[in-house]
Design a protein around this ligand. Structure first.
Ligand SMILES: [Zn+2]
Length: 82
């Protein structure tokens, strides 16, 4: 198998790696609420895609609040048991 003849110096390695960087995701404004969202994805703020409601965000929030309350209650009960 082919092997490198000489090792590359750390400066050479670091110069090569200086080009490694993260890129920002291409965000587009939601046509309904104008908040930034990923293209070809449902808007996480209003739950709309292509002019149609995909997820009812108000209901989702209510369910989440209920779940959080339930979780808190369970945690308290577990603490009492101990
Ligand atoms: Zn939206």
């Amino acid at each position: 198998m082919a092997n490198p003849k000489r090792r590359h110096s750390t400066i050479r390695q670091n110069t090569r790696r200086s080009q490694w960087k993260l890129s920002k995701p291409g965000l587009t404004p939601c046509p309904r609420c104008k908040k930034p969202k990923l293209p070809h994805f449902m808007c996480p703020n209003c739950g709309y895609y292509n002019g149609k409601e995909i997820v009812n965000m108000e209901k989702k929030k209510e369910n989440k609040d209920k779940k959080d309350k339930k979780d808190k209650k369970e945690k308290k009960e577990n603490k009492k048991k101990k």
